[in-house]
Ligand binder design. Structure first.
Ligand SMILES: Cc1cc2nc3c(=O)[nH]c(=O)nc-3n(C[C@H](O)[C@H](O)[C@H](O)COP(=O)(O)OP(=O)(O)OC[C@H]3O[C@@H](n4cnc5c(N)ncnc54)[C@H](O)[C@@H]3O)c2cc1C
Length: 295
């Protein structure tokens, strides 16, 4: 199938883009890497009057680090982030997760902003940004605002971006020293969307947990932060009993739904097992790390 007809615009600056968006806030679609939008156009799931191509808007690309925050432009390609040395040193969970996003050809075009704005509940990058406590910088002709990752993902393919707004950048606080990360997912093949995925971030003091973060994806309408983990692990060492306790509670409390890919019961079991695995991995890495880089 081919897309319904649309007007194509290719602005060369952010200002021009915001002007075009303001003219048709409800009828324009932004084109980033096109890896999700183009199939949706061709299947006529999306039928915009106008497609605004962001690929010439250079202000939206690039990575900057300042005052303990990494700012990533929305149009930065996924592959660029996967190979960025600064990101590897400060946010190693990002390149680790990116290896699981689709295939190389898709990551060469696909952008971080496109993946986050698309908000697939089984996608890796929304979960990573939730685990990292990222903030999303949104921009429209009326001004700028920021939205925390926990408030950004509302439902499958639905975010807090309003009509007339775009995602300009993602701001990520650099985690403290002695932070380690864990990542695991179950997918039909490497590069497929996750049936269930888990990300853990642990900061240790000696061997005891100072901060803990656990995020699951593919188990609900949006990535889920398991908030009780922080309190329940605080000050404890992660031995087998503690990990078994978390695994049991995650499996018992999650409420995923059945779909054509997996049953709810399978997702509950897998989520508990993955939580166990990523917490163990994060603890091992935190114990040997100054900046949270993988062991
Ligand atoms: C075969 C295949 C396998 C894939 N497997 C995976 C996978 O395993 N895991 C995974 O996470 N993803 C996967 N993807 C999706 C891939 O990561 C896409 O790159 C991503 O979802 C969309 O990024 P994009 O830059 O191509 O955005 P586009 O397709 O251009 O845009 C996606 C949506 O975001 C909107 N948008 C884009 N940029 C902005 C912005 N700056 N502000 C506001 N709205 C914006 C667009 O209007 C559109 O609605 C797969 C894709 C394909 C084709």
């Amino acid at each position: 199938m081919k897309s319904a007809p649309f007007t194509y615009r290719s602005p060369a600056s952010l200002e021009e883009t915001l002007d075009l968006l303001a003219r048709e806030p409800d009828d324009a679609s932004l084109l980033a890497g096109g890896q999700s939008l183009v199939p949706m156009l061709n299947m006529r799931i999306a039928r915009p009057e106008t497609v605004i191509d962001l690929n010439r808007v250079s202000e939206l690309s690039g990575v900057q680090s300042r005052n303990g925050t990494v700012r990533i432009g929305a149009m930065t390609r996924q592959r660029t982030l996967e190979r960025d040395r600064e990101i590897a040193a400060t946010l190693p969970i990002l390149p680790e997760a990116l290896e699981h996003v689709a295939h190389l050809a898709i990551r060469l075009r696909g952008t971080i902003g496109g993946s986050l704005a698309h908000a697939d509940p089984s996608a890796e990058l929304p979960a990573v940004m939730l685990a990292l406590n990222a903030t999303f910088a949104l921009r429209s002709q009326n001004g700028s605002r920021t939205v925390a990752a926990e408030d950004f993902f509302l439902a499958p393919l639905m975010t807090a971006i309003d009509p007339g707004e775009l995602l300009e950048a993602i701001e990520v606080p650099v985690p403290p020293a002695r932070t380690g990360w864990g990542f695991a997912e179950v997918a039909r093949t490497h590069g497929a969307f996750a049936l269930v995925g888990a990300i853990a971030g642990l900061t240790l003091k000696a061997l005891a947990v100072e901060h803990a973060r656990l995020v699951l994806f593919g188990v609900a309408a949006a990535p889920v932060s398991i908030d009780w983990v922080e309190d329940s692990l605080l000050g404890r060492e992660l031995d087998d009993d503690v990990l078994a306790e978390v695994q049991h509670r995650v499996s018992a409390e999650l409420e995923p739904v059945d779909d054509v890919h997996a049953t709810a019961a399978y997702r509950r079991r897998a989520a508990g097992a993955l939580a166990h695995r990523v917490l163990r991995q994060a603890a091992a890495r935190a114990a040997v790390s100054d900046l949270g880089s993988p062991a």
